[in-house]
Design a protein around this ligand. Structure first.
Ligand SMILES: [Zn+2]
Length: 75
């Protein structure tokens, strides 16, 4: 099995303006039904996946379900 090259960890959007580390990146979180209910009840829920969208071109340039990312970006 080949390791993912480091460069793929820092993807850019179509207009090349946004990475996941950009200040204006739009982070969208997907939750399981249980996670969503837990959020509504005021808990902190870890999303099942996290998407990164560019606010300029609206392109989702990265979707991750890595546990470390899901914990980093939980609401
Ligand atoms: Zn863009």
């Amino acid at each position: 099995m080949t390791a993912v090259p480091e460069v793929f960890q820092e993807l850019r959007c179509r207009c090349n303006a946004t990475t996941r580390d950009s200040d204006d990146v739009v982070i969208e979180r997907d939750y399981s039904l249980f996670g969503l209910l837990y959020l509504i009840w005021g808990g902190t829920s870890t999303p099942t996946s996290v998407s990164f969208r560019c606010p300029k071109c609206a392109h989702i340039f990265e979707v991750t379900d890595a546990e470390s990312d899901r914990i980093t970006y939980r609401a």
